[in-house]
Ligand binder design. Sequence first.
Ligand code: KG4
Ligand code: ZN
Length: 368
Amino acid sequence: MPEATILGIETSCDDTCAAVMTGGRLRSSVTSTQTEHADFGGVVPEVASRAHQRLIAPVVEAALREAGVAADDLDTVAVTRGPGLSGALLVGLSYAKALAFGLGARLVGVDHLDGHLASIFLEEDSRENGRPAWPLLGLIASGGHTQLLLAPEAGAAPRLLGQTRDDAAGEAFDKTARLLDLPYPGGPEIGQRAAEGDPAFHRFPRSRPGGGGDAPSYDFSFSGLKTAVLYHLRDVGDETERAAYLDRHRADLCAAIQEAIAEVLVNVLFEAAEDTGSADLALVGGVAANRRLRAMARQRAKATGRRLFVPRPEYCTDNAAMICAAAHRRRHDPSPGGAERALTLDADPGLTLAAAGTQKQRPAPPAR
Ligand code: KG4
Ligand code: ZN
């Protein structure tokens, strides 16, 4: 029997993405990042929906063309059904529904966060180093989420160990970048400039919210960092003095901010790895594209004898290859497949990946 060909579609935020995968092998991945939002300093939901409407057909066509696949050859259409912006999700979902229904293909709704976690399976080098094994501890750090998840076994719903109590890690980059007069999205801007700066220029706070009692939690909090940067700049002086200060020290501030965010993410990830006895770790989501964070996490993994799986940068930020990978990994899941599924699948902007009733559990350390 020939191996199934999957078309993946991702439109949960401001990237319009499509990809094609056959039998677990990626054949194409096309991402069109919407530039309309830069003028607004953030993603405007209605603008995103309209741009997805304009881009979805050409992006899907480009993915099929690059893969050398005809629409008739598709067995499955996999689409992000949440979490994300509802209008944006609906554009991808409606397109996927119509396509799957017309072709008689299977329609599979994918959780965006499950997609981010599956992105580690796209990597050739993860195969060379052996496949990631369970239990797998995953940190998703993106513009919308910062979640630490423990996946007990393949296919089982992961347990949420910790998450941000305010801003996501990507938001921390985006909001502090804005204070430094850098364009949206701020993460790549800060990452680029930080390479020229001194991370020890200023020590910004590394907040670790408590878990009640003495125990620290695995939760994150980044809103204090944003405030600290705001106050730091306010204390410099008037607008002219601030502009001159930024001209002189923008790269240093970028490096100091990046260091604070990366250190907290890596500390929490490896603390949880120690407590749960996890040997295999995944670092995914847009923020995982950050070079300093990747280097810091790799170094810590090496020092503690753990295997760290980080996708290449283009599979960290939103893409449809990861949606194909998630659908491929769940290809044996019992689900009401068939064209009729195309009529009933709904978008769910608030979809959560973690198993119900497992919110923020700090597991008991393993017996030694
Ligand atoms: O996963 P993603 O593409 O979209 C969401 O699901 O949110 O993540 C986007 C976030 C943005 O906040 C962006 O600033 C951040 O990831 N990001 C980065 C880098 N590239 C993207 N943050 C730090 N360094 C980067 N190189
Ligand atoms: Zn994402």
